[in-house]
Write a protein that binds this ligand. Structure first.
Ligand SMILES: NC(=O)c1ccc[n+]([C@@H]2O[C@H](COP(=O)([O-])OP(=O)(O)OC[C@H]3O[C@@H](n4cnc5c(N)ncnc54)[C@H](OP(=O)(O)O)[C@@H]3O)[C@@H](O)[C@H]2O)c1
Length: 244
């Protein structure tokens, strides 16, 4: 059985990824801050075909709690074929007046949590790659187009996502020889709760649908470990290709 740990799986993109992996018979660890929401999603995933699902809640800003998520996955499944680093927080504001408490929170949730989860998962991912050397093990992280191309008013969010891009590229340099490959997806606005604040300016029906992001993840997980794709930028139609 292939297994995955997915952060931010209660809603939006993470929920979509969890559903497609459930349909493929994965064993899943899903997490977010909200235990009640996770229980509902757990039932949904089992009905969709997941073999086993555990749903420990944790706040990505609670750094000491994060190794426990990987331990829970290890105790349930023994190895990890995919780590989906998806949970993230959005923050808008100009550099000149940006509050440093929000800066710290954004970097903690969007970057430090990814580092801790990747670091703790590497032994389990290496084990999965040994068991399945053709496909190896994968890390997929949700970065943002603002991490690839700077955008006015999104400096701190973009900086956290740029750092995530770099972190995942370095995973490939250090771990692809061990069968672990990483991809950062860097989409423009995706139609989820996270982008609801901007719908007066960017209509929801012009945004990237969750299903397109999910389709890419599903395809990446089927590639052999010989192929390394460090980043995929997903722009919206009728834009210059460099903005959210
Ligand atoms: N939507 C976009 O336009 C867009 C574009 C580019 C990149 N992205 C990135 O894609 C990822 C997923 O975004 P989304 O649009 O699917 O967002 P979303 O619909 O708001 O869902 C976010 C998910 O993350 C969880 N989460 C939020 N804060 C958390 C925290 N501090 N600790 C643990 N879990 C937390 C939420 O669950 P709880 O609230 O239950 O904790 C939820 O499951 C994010 O990293 C985001 O930056 C999104």
């Amino acid at each position: 059985m292939r297994t995955a740990l997915i952060t931010g799986a209660s809603r939006g993109i993470g929920h979509g990824i969890a559903l497609v992996l459930a349909a493929r018979g994965y064993g899943l660890t899903i997490t977010s801050r909200t235990a009640e929401a996770l229980e509902g999603v757990r039932d949904e995933l089992l009905a969709a075909g997941a073999v086993r699902v555990i749903a420990p809640a944790a706040d990505m800003a609670d750094r000491p709690a994060l190794p426990g998520l990987v331990e829970a996955h290890r105790d349930e499944f023994g190895s990890m074929h995919a780590l989906i680093v998806n949970a993230g927080v959005g923050t808008a504001g100009n550099i000149s007046s940006f509050d440093m408490t929000r800066f710290d929170k954004t970097l903690e949730v969007n970057l430090a949590s990814a580092m801790v989860l990747i670091q703790n998962s590497i032994p389990l991912l290496r084990r999965a790659a040994q068991d399945d050397p053709v496909r190896g093990a994968k890390i997929i992280g949700l970065s943002s187009i603002t991490g690839a191309y700077a955008e006015r008013g999104l400096a701190v969010y973009g900086a956290s996502k740029a750092a995530l891009l770099s972190l995942l590229e370095t995973v490939n340099l250090e771990e692809s020889r061990n069968g672990i490959t990483a991809t950062a997806l860097a989409p423009a606005y995706v139609d989820t709760d996270l982008s609801a604040w901007v719908t007066d300016r960017v209509p929801a029906d012009s945004m990237i649908p969750v299903s397109d992001v999910v389709q890419l993840v599903a395809t990446l997980l089927e590639l052999t470990s010989n192929t390394v794709i460090s980043r995929i930028v997903m722009a919206r139609k009728a834009t210059n290709g460099y903005c959210a």
